[in-house]
Structures are given as C-alpha cells and as structure tokens.
Design a protein around this ligand. Structure first.
Ligand SMILES: *[C@@H]1O[C@H](CO)[C@@H](O)[C@H](O)[C@H]1NC(C)=O
Ligand SMILES: *[C@@H]1O[C@H](CO)[C@@H](O)[C@H](O)[C@H]1NC(C)=O
Ligand SMILES: *[C@@H]1O[C@H](CO)[C@@H](O)[C@H](O)[C@H]1NC(C)=O
Length: 282
C-alpha cells in the first residue's frame, strides 16, 4: 500500500502547487461559472422589465442576381448584433473573449431576429459554422453570423431599361415584442458594402437605413429596414440592344435604293429585318 500512496502524493503535488500559484481562474472558467446560473430564455433586461436594445449592423459581401421573373435577389452578408448582458459581466474578464463553440452559442441569450422579406435563408457551415460570439469586458456581447439569403424585391419595370429600383432587406424581432426587444441600427455607418462590389446591370446609388416597426394584433415588433436604391446601367443595353437594333433598321433602308421593279429583293430584305428584330427581342 505504501508505494501506491506515494505515487498519489506525487500526482497531487503539482495540482496543489498550481492552485497556490494561480488561484485566478482563466476567462473560460469564469464563463463556465457565470453560465451555471444563467437562464438563456430571459432577456438581459428582464429584471428591469424594459426592452433590451440590440444594435445591428450589416456587412454586405455580395449582392446580385436580381431576377425580374422571380422578383428576388441573392445576398451574402454578415449580421453583427451587439447588446449588453450584465449577467456575463465579470470584473476578471479584462479582454475580449472570442468564441465560436456551438454549445456556448446555444447557452447564451441571443436576439431572436428573422428577415421578413427573405424567401430563403441559409447558414454558412464551411469549414466551421460561421458564427462568432465575442464577450467584451462589462458584459458587452457581439454576435456575428454569416448568412446567405434570397430576398424578395418588387421590381417596377414599366420604364425598362431606364428604370431605377428600390430593394429592401428587413430585420425584425420574431418572438419578442417591443417591450422586451428593441432593434436599432448602429449609430454610424450601419450598412457596409464590400469595397469591390459590382453588379453587371445595376449601380447602387444610395443605401438608407430606416425603421419599419410592425404592428400586429398580437403585439408591436421592432423592425429595421435597409433600402438600396439601384439604377440600371444603360451601357449594357446600349451595346446589347440599342446598337444592333439601330444597325438593322439602317440596313433595311437599303431597299429604298433598290430598283422599283425588284419586288422579291425588297420583300426579302423587309421580312429579314422583321424576323431579326423579333428574334432579338425574344
Ligand atoms: C432598462 O433599465 C436599466 C436599469 O434601470 C437601464 O440601465 C437601461 O438603460 C434601461 N434600458 C432601456 C432601453 O430603457
Ligand atoms: C419604432 O419604435 C421605437 C421604439 O419604441 C421608437 O423609438 C421609434 O420612434 C419607432 N419608429 C417608428 C417609425 O415608428
Ligand atoms: C402597438 O402600438 C400602438 C401605437 O403605439 C398602440 O396603440 C398599441 O396598443 C400597441 N399594441 C400592442 C399590442 O401593444
């Protein structure tokens, strides 16, 4: 029995020494202790009975495929939300803690937002789920998600191809009414575009963040909307449509110089012009 307990003492010794030296817990251990009494169903301001304010920011990484037949467009974006959760405030957390562990992401309260005008949405999972939770000192939480979305956009095409469109992206609270959750745009520059963003047929004229509070019989919900004013670039249609059509029409005038009696020649030219124009526009 003797050697066995000696081994035991040897094994325990470093642990005892270590505990004496560093009784300061690591940030992750602090977080674990904070989470033991954490109720993720309660909003951070539940105890004061007022709304939790969540600041939102969009970073648009790609924008395009505006489809007039299905009236929608594809977007790849980062949604960044920040709020203060005093339950995750601890004096010993003195530097930001970046985490993307799915279990931790699940364990804390997050704003339940959705995209009212999205037809389809997907999380991005390659190579890891594209989500980040940053716990800053003083309980400030940053929650970032990367999403692939298909938004509906009602295009007004009566002036085509000289049209301008307004497409929107809405972000709203799904389950918490305005008494519990208030969404706000980040105070400065809340909608950012990737610097090299280009679209083949449109130019983005202006981006306007605004508010679209929704009032239903069951409650009032906080809602944010980003409006994108798009202007169709006429260059594409000049080269692809206007120029060829003008040339075909000019060529059809050749029949005025033809002999009055060469009826087959003039007829062929007229019919060919008609067929070409009708094929082009289909
Ligand atoms: C809610 O109440 C707390 C404590 O009184 C206060 O710090 C916080 O700013 C309030 N939030 C809102 C949105 O009024
Ligand atoms: C939306 O609701 C917020 C919070 O109650 C309020 O401050 C804001 O003025 C409302 N905006 C509109 C356009 O109704
Ligand atoms: C929603 O807001 C309107 C105007 O602020 C108010 O009259 C109405 O009672 C609210 N509805 C609910 C369900 O809180």
């Amino acid at each position: 029995m003797k050697p066995h307990s000696a081994w035991h003492a040897l094994l325990i010794l470093p642990t005892l020494l270590g505990m004496g030296k560093a009784n300061k817990m690591t940030d992750l251990q602090i977080l674990d202790t904070l989470l033991t009494q954490y109720d993720r169903r309660a909003t951070p301001s539940n105890q004061w009975n007022n709304a939790t304010v969540v600041d939102c920011e969009l970073y648009i990484r790609s924008f395009g495929s505006i489809n007039p037949s299905s009236m929608d467009y594809h977007v790849d974006l980062y949604l960044r939300q920040t709020w203060v959760d005093q339950r995750l405030n601890h004096a010993d957390i003195d530097q930001p803690l970046d985490l993307n562990d799915p279990n931790l992401v699940k364990a804390i309260w997050k704003p339940e937002v959705y995209f009212p005008n999205a037809k389809h949405a997907e999380f991005q999972f390659v190579t890891v789920p594209n989500v980040l939770v940053r716990i800053n000192p003083h309980g400030e939480i940053l929650y970032m998600l990367r999403l692939k979305l298909l938004f509906s956009c009602m295009l007004e095409l009566s002036k085509f191809p000289l049209d301008a469109q307004i497409c929107t992206m809405e972000v709203a609270s799904f389950s918490k009414t305005m008494k519990e959750l208030e969404l706000r745009w980040k105070s400065e520059d809340p909608i950012k575009m990737y610097r090299d963003l280009r679209m083949p047929q449109y130019e983005i004229n202006a981006i306007r963040p605004s508010i679209c509070n929704e009032s239903f019989y069951i409650g009032n919900y906080s809602c944010l909307v980003a409006e994108f004013s798009l202007q169709r670039s006429i260059g594409f249609y000049l080269v692809q449509v206007y120029l060829p059509t003008i040339l075909i029409v000019v060529i059809s005038w050749v029949s005025f110089w033809m002999d009055v009696d060469s009826v087959p020649g003039r007829t062929t030219l007229g019919v060919t012009t008609l067929l070409t124009v009708s094929t082009k526009s289909s």
